[in-house]
Design a binder for this molecule. Structure first.
Ligand SMILES: Nc1ncnc2c1ncn2[C@@H]1O[C@H](COP(=O)(O)OP(=O)(O)OP(=O)(O)O)[C@@H](O)[C@H]1O
Length: 355
């Protein structure tokens, strides 16, 4: 069921057109990620939904309520929007206990003490923090502090949980865990989660839908699988995954397309609008799509293995073919020298310069 609808949001800041017509909707019991390079407008869009910024144009509704509408000049205050907010910095009050930190907002909303206590305890228990209620923030680990910040947002029982880079202060291992339980939490509570992140693996792992932003516009929207495997532009292809990128001229033939470099060429598929035959373009190949073999076969190209690097769980092969440089992964150490690389045509995405 649709919980959040964002329509045609335009926002100017410092005279710049920061959000250029953002549109999306998000369902209850799901997470949508706003993903994009630094400065692409993710935080500004989240702040517009929260009511911390007022767009010049657009309409936002949460549940049945319109919370912003430029046409009718309607702006609902953030505290009435039925949202929970979690930021990168946990911003816990250092001189208040965990319980007091989480209860504070309820006190401001005049929830009676007994009710507030019950709601806080339930929320803390849900997040595995029940036993830490009397501790102060500096007596907690970073991961526990972040959970307290999420409890503080959840205690209002919001319909929409807005999270701005909530995991970026955690170390790599904790982040991986946190992705999992944030996702589980949103699904279990059947709320709508909106997650701002610049970390592609976080967006892929935690979301049901990803909105890829560029220069204040949503350039692609889809499930993590779609965004990863069917990028619509060079920006989308290059932003996600670990990639090999090569420049060349794209030639169109009756049986497909080919990209030609100074002394190499690869069969591929043109993504998006086709350009002129023989025009400049780029190829993107996900690193995991190249398989290295010790013998030739019809669909393999001869390459030089320059180096083999140990990554712990796999090996990284550094390959060249004339001026073409590529990376590939494999399970075992391979001696430098001549190898044959299998690069499926459908994995060589070709983009004309304007794409
Ligand atoms: N108050 C402001 N005045 C002028 N420009 C601003 C203001 N706030 C943000 N911007 C600009 O708006 C653009 C989008 O900023 P925003 O913080 O939304 O991006 P972001 O995608 O969240 O980036 P990051 O990942 O670095 O946080 C940036 O170019 C930023 O410099």
């Amino acid at each position: 069921m649709t919980e959040l609808v964002v329509r045609n949001i335009h926002k100017y800041l410092g005279g710049l057109h920061i959000l250029q017509g953002a549109n999306f909707s998000a369902n209850r019991g799901s997470i949508v990620s706003l993903l994009g390079a630094s400065g692409s407008g993710k935080t500004t869009l989240l702040r517009c939904i929260a009511g911390l910024e007022q767009p010049e144009v657009g309409r936002i509704s949460i549940g049945d309520a319109v919370v912003f509408d430029s046409d009718s000049r309607l702006t609902m205050a953030p505290e009435n929007r039925n949202i929970g907010l979690v930021f990168q910095s946990y911003a816990l009050w250092p001189h208040r206990t965990v319980l007091e930190n989480v209860a504070y907002g309820l006190k401001l909303r005049n929830v009676n003490k007994a009710d507030a206590y019950k709601r806080v305890q339930t929320t803390l228990e849900r997040m595995g923090l029940g036993h830490l209620a009397e501790r102060y923030p500096d007596q907690l680990s970073g991961g526990q502090q972040q959970r307290v910040a999420i409890c503080r947002a959840l205690v209002y029982e919001p319909r929409v949980l807005l999270m701005d880079e909530p995991l970026s202060n955690l170390d790599a291992k904790l982040r991986e865990e946190a992705r999992y339980w944030i996702r589980k939490l949103v699904l279990d509570l059947e709320i709508c989660g909106v997650l701002v992140t610049h970390d592609q693996s976080e967006a892929l792992a935690a979301s049901d839908n990803i909105l890829l932003l560029r220069n204040g516009a949503i350039v692609q929207e889809g499930t993590p699988q779609d965004i990863y495997s069917k990028p619509a532009s060079f920006y989308a292809a290059d932003f996600l995954g670990a990639n090999n990128v090569a420049k060349g001229r794209i030639q169109h033939h009756a049986d497909g397309a080919r990209i030609i470099g100074p002394n190499w060429s690869l069969n591929g598929v043109v993504v998006g609008n086709g350009g002129d035959n023989n025009a400049e373009g780029k190829a993107v190949i996900r690193v995991e799509q190249i398989a290295v073999h010790g013998a030739p076969a019809p669909d393999r190209i001869e390459m030089q293995l320059e180096a083999c690097l140990y990554l712990g769980d796999r090996w990284e092969y550094r390959l060249t073919c004339g001026e073409l440089e590529a990376k590939a992964f494999g399970p075992k150490m391979v001696q430098p020298g001549k190898v044959w690389a299998e690069i499926p045509r459908e994995s060589v995405w070709l983009f004309h310069e304007a794409a």
